[in-house]
Design a protein around this ligand. Structure first.
Ligand code: ADP
Ligand code: ASP
Ligand code: MG
Length: 412
């Protein structure tokens, strides 16, 4: 029998009633003759609550216990979904990550899936089980401990199962009816895309569009998984939602496909460090060893052998970065006058594979921002994206202005 993977996010399983609605969708696919693997998230808000409890109990927590607590939300929804399906006379069974097993690295709280042996679930399908309900977001480390895959990780669970079982498709059911030109919560002019290229989706996800976890898009691209994003609240046809696919499968597209943003950024500047070979290596090794995810980097022009070094990182890692720099200064490996942290910045990015062949996108982006009186603090570019760091209070305005200026509400 062909296998279909269906993933339901937090809002889609937020209550027993919503679980019943989702189970009905599963029933429709079962009746078409699929063996279905359902991946569930925790109920909406549950994971945040669990993270809050861990922080309250132990701010400098042991990541293994964080995972033990935070993975539990998915166990509840997996069991409830299996019960609901059974009550509809659909043979279903729930599976926690370790039972499958979903084998991951031991990088607790951000583990990567290494292998999903399909034998156990396949054997159950052969015995008549029609739906395997798998708790998303979780796996098991080589040491036999529960791991989690990072926030939004159920998307990655879903794509990894689709790859492991050579599924016909991986459907991601969520609270929006597809991937939009930007988060529809920021502007009502956001337009749903029928298709989006893997490369563009990868950039949008990594630049903040949380509709798919970045790693899930990477996996789908690598294993050629047919990935679709659609709403769990609407009646569905086979062409509903957004298909994430190879760029060759897209006929027409705008130069800019979408605008992404990341709200909780910080900009840090080391003032007056020695301008000598190895200084960047020393600074960024210390930051990386402290677990700081550095994003943008700018080194200023040197004067009299001294320079400033600026980087951006998630705002909740500022303290860690400060500690790392102070420790390096105390050890005498880095000498600087001051460390300035600006915690009120956000990153806004425009993304599109059309930028490979079109010039002037950056100039236009900067003109639009300046027209709104928004000052740009840091800029980075790649072949298919341009990102700027700006004051957080202008983030929505910037997204809306860019969406208008690049006419994203209109299809190509
Ligand atoms: P789930 O709980 O189903 O995994 P998420 O909250 O993780 O859902 O992701 C869906 C949300 O992603 C939407 O409600 C929307 O606000 C947000 N989002 C951000 N960028 C986009 C985009 N470009 N297209 C669609 N949704 C987006
Ligand atoms: N429940 C987890 C989270 O909120 C995983 C997921 O929903 O994808 O991050
Ligand atoms: Mg999500």
């Amino acid at each position: 029998m062909p296998v279909l993977v269906m993933k339901f996010g937090g809002t889609s399983v937020a209550t027993p009633d919503r679980i019943r609605r989702a189970a009905k969708r599963v029933g429709v696919e079962v009746s078409k003759g699929y063996d279905v693997i359902v991946i569930v998230s925790a109920m909406a808000g549950k994971t945040n609550e669990l993270v809050g409890w861990v922080d309250e109990t132990s701010p400098m927590y042991d990541a293994r216990e964080y995972d033990a607590v935070v993975s539990s939300g998915e166990n509840v929804t997996a069991g409830l979904m299996a019960l609901t399906l059974q009550s509809m006379d659909i043979p279903a069974r729930s599976w926690q990550g370790w039972q499958v097993p979903v084998k991951t690295t031991s990088a607790h709280s951000s583990a990567r899936i290494e292998d999903i042996p399909p034998e156990n679930i396949r054997a159950k399908f052969a015995q008549g089980m029609q739906v395997a309900v798998v708790a998303g977001f979780q796996g098991v480390s080589p040491e036999g401990r529960i791991t989690t895959l990072g926030r939004g990780g159920s998307d990655t669970t879903a794509v990894a199962f689709a790859a492991a079982f050579e599924a016909e498709r991986c459907d991601i059911y969520t609270d929006v009816d597809g991937v939009y030109t930007t988060d529809p919560r920021i502007t009502s002019k956001a337009r749903k895309l029928d298709r989006i290229a893997f490369e563009e989706m990868l950039e949008l996800a990594s630049l903040g569009a949380k509709v798919l976890q970045t790693r899930s898009v990477e996996l789908a691209m690598r294993y050629k998984v047919k990935l679709r994003v659609l709403s769990s609240f609407e009646e569905q046809s086979d062409t509903a939602g957004t298909l994430v696919c190879d760029e060759e499968e897209i006929m027409e597209s705008n130069v800019v496909a979408g605008v992404a943003f990341s709200r909780d950024e910080a900009k840090m500047t080391l003032v007056s460090v020695a301008d000598r070979p190895g200084i960047a290596a020393t600074i960024f090794t210390a930051l990386s060893e402290a677990g700081v995810n550095v994003d943008m980097i700018v080194q200023n022009i040197a004067e009299e052998g001294r320079t400033d070094m600026t980087w951006s990182c998630p705002v909740d890692q500022v303290l860690r970065a400060q500690k790392a720099m102070e420790a390096s200064k105390a050890e005498g490996v880095i000498n600087y006058h001051d460390l300035i942290a600006d915690k009120d910045v956000a990153k806004v990015s425009v993304v599109g594979i059309g930028m490979r062949s079109h010039t002037g996108v950056a100039a236009k982006m900067f003109r639009v921002l300046s027209g709104e009186g928004i000052n740009i603090k840091v800029i980075t570019t790649s072949e298919i994206k341009i990102s700027v760091l700006i004051d957080r209070k202008y983030m929505e305005l910037a997204v809306q202005a860019l969406h208008d200026a690049f006419e994203l509400e209109k299809a190509a």
